[in-house]
Design a protein around this ligand. Structure first.
Ligand code: 2P0
Length: 317
């Protein structure tokens, strides 16, 4: 029986991806830079079956992104009908990058179950075809998604143990977002007057982010990451109809981070297509950041993560 299980962690972009070229293979309009997390994880099992069936967190679903992904994969590889089961230990579709860990794990499990013998770069390219950000979750630590030899592929830029930062996430809502990333990106591309400025400035942000990571320069990384995040949300707000992923607690949490920064704490924030606020801090500041964010009205709970590994196969014992 051909079957395999893979584990994959979500990643958080510090230099954001928002916008893609025309076509169905998720070619990003700009490079991006991210960190892969540890504690949060998606476990995906695949096995040969009578017909395709997808179960996410215990519920059978009809998922267009997964169907399109399998069509593309089957055009290149001979694959039987698949039973796919995926479980995440964190809220899905709420700005915590579940599609990144989902597709990175799905592709890694399919590669193992059917012995497709893909290289890590090939897995990254295929995961990207499922969801752009999934290309980055194939790798651990600090990861860059950029153009290489005419295709877009992620690579590791700093191993996970090299710079042990902590991530404190303020959960401000457990509800799924109402405009998905694919649709939101297309809306921004078609309607925002800022789109050209966004794609241009992201190229230099990516270069500055890579430099800050290579020098382990926290304050430079903080400055680039907050700027990239706020520019992306300005782009979203300037789309028509406007895309607004924040709630009141998101804004209150940013104010709390500013207060911590004012008190000399090494911390910065980033926010994706959802209302959660992700903060990065030096390891010794973790407790103070957790305490402050947990006290913000509207913050439901906090999660603490470190940097984690890329997607891998769960070897049967
Ligand atoms: C990122 N996001 O760089 C950005 C920042 C959300 C905000 O990549 O259409 O689910 O499947 O390629 O990867 C979320 O978008 O979108 C995302 P598709 P994806 O992490």
């Amino acid at each position: 029986m051909n079957e395999a299980t893979a584990l994959a962690h979500p990643n958080i972009a510090l230099v954001k991806y928002w916008g893609k070229r025309a076509g169905k293979t998720n070619i990003p309009a700009t490079p991006s830079l991210s960190i892969t997390l540890d504690t949060l994880v998606t476990r995906t099992s695949v096995r040969e079956s009578e017909q395709d069936q997808v179960e996410i967190n215990g519920t059978v679903v009809s998922d267009k992104k997964i169907q399109d992904f399998l069509i593309q994969l089957r055009a290149a590889y001979s694959l039987p009908p698949l039973s796919i089961e995926s479980f995440s230990n964190f809220p899905t579709s709420a700005g915590l990058a579940s599609s990144a860990s989902g597709f990175a794990g799905l592709l890694t499990a399919i590669d193992a179950a059917f012995r497709l013998e893909m290289s890590t770069s090939e897995r990254s390219i295929w995961a990207r075809r499922g969801s752009g950000s999934a290309a980055r979750s194939i790798f651990g630590g600090f990861t860059s998604l950029e153009e290489e030899n005419g295709d877009w592929c992620a690579r590791n830029v700093l191993p996970m143990g090299a710079w042990p930062l902590k991530v404190v996430i303020a959960i401000t809502s457990e509800t799924a977002k109402n405009v998905g990333s694919t649709e939101g990106m297309e809306r921004s591309k078609q309607t925002s007057p800022y789109y050209g400025a966004w794609t241009e400035s992201t190229k230099s942000d990516h270069a500055a982010g890579l430099l800050a990571v290579s020098q382990q320069d926290f304050s430079r990384l903080a400055s680039v990451a907050e700027s990239s995040c706020l520019k992306m949300h300005a782009l979203m707000l300037s789309s028509q109809p406007p895309l607004s992923y924040w709630n009141g607690a998101t804004v209150e949490t940013i104010a709390a981070v500013r207060e911590l920064q004012g008190a000399g704490i090494s911390v910065f924030f980033t926010i994706d297509a959802g209302p959660q606020v992700k903060t990065l801090c030096q390891e010794d500041a973790t407790d103070i950041v957790v305490d402050r964010l947990a006290s913000v009205p509207g913050v439901l709970r906090t999660l603490v993560c470190g940097l984690g590994p890329g997607a891998y196969v769960d070897q049967p014992r």
